[in-house]
Ligand binder design. Structure first.
Ligand SMILES: Nc1nc2c(c(=O)[nH]1)N=C(COP(=O)(O)OP(=O)(O)O)CN2
Ligand SMILES: Nc1ccc(C(=O)O)cc1
Ligand SMILES: [Mg+2]
Length: 464
């Protein structure tokens, strides 16, 4: 064990659990409190919703694991974690019963600790699917000093455990008023994200929604909601192939008043998530301050170095979309030597890693293969056909996926429909394929029509 004046940096893994109140909010506050106490949260696993074990008469838990760096000794770390638990209102009424937050040290370097207050490796971790699964996400191949199990890796031990009574669902938070996403639940519904382009030049609806006409905006938003949208994606700059940037001030003037208007004057939108479609950090930041819940960046932070830190600071959910280059250069960047699915998977893994390094939590990330962005027609079709395979690629398991095929060029090429706003039927086929492949959200212009397509596709494909 480290000595008192040991300032070496140690690596520890901490299990996170909550089953009372705003469970994900509690986990997020615990991570912030750890950082405030000088414990660096390096990476977080996905969060899983799990049925209670031991004491069965209580609400489901949210469980995950984080990797931390600390100069504290194991007992000092335990003291800090217990004070965070107490500060967040944990009261132990019954052992293994309901708790607002639970922080357990699982591993600390390669040390074995047997102390009256603390056992490392954590005594019960090998029998708990809800601890091992998130731990394996962070360290799938490592060996740790588990007494009697030295040669065993976690992953093989996890696979040898009896299946839990009900499968743990990975869980992604959008906001405290929005239903949590459960991307591994085979019976989940597909969410409809309605596109609201406040631009004069978007490829299919440019000029349709002038940003200064707030009465028309109200009607549009109401009709999206009445047609089944649960998320509205607001964009103030087109990123169609060949488009030129409009500049930050212009983009801000298009989107911020609209978001404020929706949040202050359209009560029907209270339970609807607002997403801001921007690659600029400042626009994202102001949009969140005005009431946006999701930052949708087509470049996953590549076009503005401040974007990932801004996403982390706002604590909002984020869409990391795959693209290469800029809207001006992307049409030429379509070389994927290992195939488009493997190429997109590898490049999204890099973006997830960069997002984590900036402090974005895994349960706040939604992925998107970026149809029409640095892809040719065959590649767009392959991504639609093989979404199921992409979702299972190593390191991409457990995330929710968004698909944005609506009215895009590849649909026009196949059908010969020149006018993008008339590509509704072709879009319907792509929405159905997206649901079949396991998309959690579809981003569409034709909300009423695609809501119907998604409902029928859900009835066909979303079976428990
Ligand atoms: N996450 C995500 N975001 C997107 C996607 C997409 O597929 N995924 N497609 C877009 C293109 O559609 P839009 O109608 O907004 O076109 P525009 O760029 O001309 O405004 C713009 N934004
Ligand atoms: N922003 C985009 C708009 C349109 C397309 C497309 O039609 O393929 C791609 C990107
Ligand atoms: Mg747009």
């Amino acid at each position: 064990m480290g000595t008192e004046n040991d300032t070496r940096i140690h690596r520890a893994f901490i299990a996170l659990g909550s089953n009372m109140g705003d469970r994900i909010g509690m986990v997020e506050r615990a991570c912030l409190e750890m950082e405030r106490a000088g414990i660096k949260v390096k990476r977080t696993s996905s969060l899983f919703e799990t049925a209670p074990m031991y004491v069965l008469d209580q609400d489901p838990f949210i469980n995950g694991v984080c990797e931390v760096q600390t100069t504290l000794t194991p007992i000092e770390l335990l003291d800090v974690l217990q004070s965070i638990e107490n500060g967040l209102g944990r009261k132990k009424i019954i052992d293994k019963g309901p708790r607002s937050i639970d922080l357990d040290i699982l591993l600390y370097d390669q040390e074995i600790v047997n102390h009256e207050r603390l056992h490392i490796p954590h005594k019960l971790m090998l029998e708990r699917d809800f601890v091992l699964r998130p731990l394996c996400q962070l360290i799938p191949h490592e060996q740790f000093p588990i007494p009697g199990k030295k040669a065993e890796t976690f992953l093989s031990h996890l696979n040898s455990l009896p299946a839990p009574p009900s499968a743990p669902f990975s869980t992604t938070q959008i906001s405290s008023t929005f239903p949590t996403l459960h991307p591994t639940d085979p019976g989940r519904p597909t969410h409809i994200m309605a596109i609201l382009n406040l631009t004069p030049d978007s490829f299919s609806d440019g000029g349709l929604h002038p940003p200064t006409d707030l009465t028309a905006l109200t009607n549009t938003v109401r009709s999206f909601i009445a047609s089944g949208a649960t998320i509205i994606d607001i964009g103030g700059e087109s990123t169609r192939p060949g488009s030129a940037p409009v500049g930050e001030a212009e983009e801000l003037s298009r989107v911020i008043p609209a978001i404020k208007h929706i949040r202050t004057s359209i009560p029907e939108a209270d339970n609807i998530a607002i997403s801001i479609d921007t690659y600029r950090a400042r626009v994202a930041e102001e949009a969140c301050a005005a009431g946006a819940d999701i930052i949708n960046d087509v470049s996953s932070g590549l076009m503005d170095p401040d974007m990932l830190p801004t996403m982390a600071r706002t604590g909002k959910s984020v869409i990391l979309m795959h693209m290469r280059g800029t809207p001006t250069t992307m049409t030429k960047l379509t070389h994927y030597p290992d195939g488009v699915v493997n190429g997109v998977a590898a490049e999204l893994r890099d973006r997830i890693r960069a997002a984590e390094d900036a402090g974005i939590r895994r349960w706040r990330i939604i992925l998107d293969p970026g149809l029409g962005f640095a892809k040719n027609q065959l590649q767009d079709l392959t991504l639609l056909r093989d979404l199921g395979r992409l979702r299972c690629a190593e390191g991409l398991e457990y995330f929710p996926w968004l698909m944005g095929p609506s009215r895009k060029r590849f649909i026009g090429r196949i059908t010969g429909v020149e006018k993008a706003s008339e590509r509704v039927w072709g879009t319907a086929a792509t929405v159905s394929a997206s649901v079949a492949g396991g998309a959690d959200i579809v981003r569409v212009h034709d909300v009423k029509e695609m809501w119907q397509v998604a409902r029928v596709a859900d009835a066909i494909y979303r079976v428990e």
